[in-house]
Design a protein around this ligand. Sequence first.
Ligand code: 5IU
Length: 415
Amino acid sequence: MKTSQNKPAMLCIKLVSDYMWQIVKASKCDFKSLCGVPYTALPIATCMCVDHGIPMLIRRKEPKDYGTKKMIEGHFDVGDKCLIIEDVVTSGSSVLETVKSLNEIGVTVKDVIVLLDREQGGRKRLTDQGITLHSVCSITKLLEILEKLGKISSDVVHQVNDFISANREKTTRKKVYTHSERAALCQHPLTQKLLTIMDMKKTNLALSADVTSSKQLLSLADSIGPYICILKTHIDILDDFSPDVTAELRALADKHNFVIFEDRKFADIGRTVQHQLSSGIYHISRWADLVNAHPLPGPGIIDGLKQIIKNFIIISYSPTEAIEMAEANSDFVIGYICQSRLTDNPQFLHMTPGVKLVEGGDSLGQQYTTPEDVIRRKTCDIIIVGRGITESVDPVATAIHYQQAGYAAYVSLFH
Ligand code: 5IU
């Protein structure tokens, strides 16, 4: 290796990363780690991390075909904020792919630092997703400087400007379906039922009724039932469970027209989950409309469950496996529990827990985002709210508040 030949390139990267760091400081953005968009921005992000002692996250372009199949490498905690580093932004697509991988593991992105903004629609696309683009230089400024320094002629400036205008990304939005349009598109009867409930009751709110007394559970189901599309239960946390509770819950689900989702998170081999679903003291399959499963044990878990119950959702802790499993079983799987939309397939519902009217967390690792963020920015369909409602002074009034916030965010998608 000839060091003398490598030196200018190294200095140049150092210079670039120093300029970008000045923008980081000026932007005053809040972050815990940096992530360079693969591949060109990786060395720039590395320089910044080394120089300033910041943890770095690395995004793979393809998951490893062995081992953990992780898309993001590095140390992080759910709820961490990560700053994205990119060399050039054109349409913003590469940045958004990286944001998506980070969101899937619970890491939030609010800001991107870029060396050059080519002004071809990227800034607007990122702003629409709640992300601010901070650039060292724009293409207009770059052309102006180069022309002033006599490095390019005014003809070249015009040619480049014409090229940029002609190739500006059309910012036409993807088709957003209304709940009733989606109900008509979907094959799965429970998805149709849920979307129809959402449309009729004007709600995308699921109540996570995590209480330990049957009386409290039934009282919440009866009083908040009119405002929700789903009642999510953890039946095994009841201190005083009896089969009467589930019979009464079913009657309330019919009275108020909501779906009962037992958040059992099945995660074993097919044969075992069949017993867990239909036997024991809870007999979940007799009263729950919907259950959820981890994709980790592989296809056997879905095969086992679907012999007993027709409706389940997959938890997207491993998004690639979750999507593969859902697509292969779309007659049984109705969607995902996830932190941001995984697929544009309108057949799958995306449900997001960890929602409160204000962002924050609890002392045991739960991280909260807002209804607006979940529905507008992360484009999920259903907000799952627990303690935000159950621990409020007036749970019914608070539930109405969440219902209105979630539904207003959905309605705003069409404006
Ligand atoms: N829940 C999560 N995160 C997840 C999954 C489920 O919080 O990834 I899968 C459940 C846990 C709890 C509810 O029953 O959603 C959230 O309740 P709070 O809003 O009280 O945090």
